[in-house]
Design a protein around this ligand. Structure first.
Ligand SMILES: [Zn+2]
Ligand SMILES: [Zn+2]
Length: 130
């Protein structure tokens, strides 16, 4: 995704659109985004002061929750629940590509290996399966 001049204010505006376009599934507790998608992920597009912004919906959720304007270099916003349209911040985790790949194995097995850790050894949350 191209670099954009994101500010906390812009994240806030994008997040408002996210809230209007998503709904909690009481069964899984996933908050499902119902707007447009790209690669299966929710995509938020909005023009603000004649500038067009586009950002993945789950990234908007995480950035808004953590008061950040960008995903730190080398990290990804990955889904613990493996539901690409989910924007519940409790189901999102900032982690490396290798942990994200490791989680994909859990998704394929439909069961968490409970073996997710950062490169510094600190543990990351288990995957969530309903
Ligand atoms: Zn979820
Ligand atoms: Zn897992």
């Amino acid at each position: 995704m191209e670099r954009q001049r994101l500010t906390l204010e812009i994240i806030h505006v994008l997040h408002r659109k996210l809230v209007e376009t998503s709904e909690r599934d009481p069964k899984s507790d996933c908050i499902i985004f119902s707007g447009s998608t790209q690669n299966g992920y929710g995509m938020i597009r909005k023009s603000i002061d004649n500038e067009r912004f586009r950002l993945y919906a789950h990234q908007v959720a995480l950035l808004h929750n953590t008061n950040m304007t960008a995903i730190p270099d080398g990290l990804q916003c990955s889904h613990l629940c493996h539901i690409k349209l989910c924007v519940n911040v409790a189901h999102l985790s900032l982690e490396s590509q290798s942990v994200n790949n490791n989680r994909n194995m859990c998704r394929n097995e439909r069961k968490c290996s409970r073996d997710h850790a950062n490169s510094d050894g600190s543990s990351l949350p288990d995957c969530i399966f309903d």
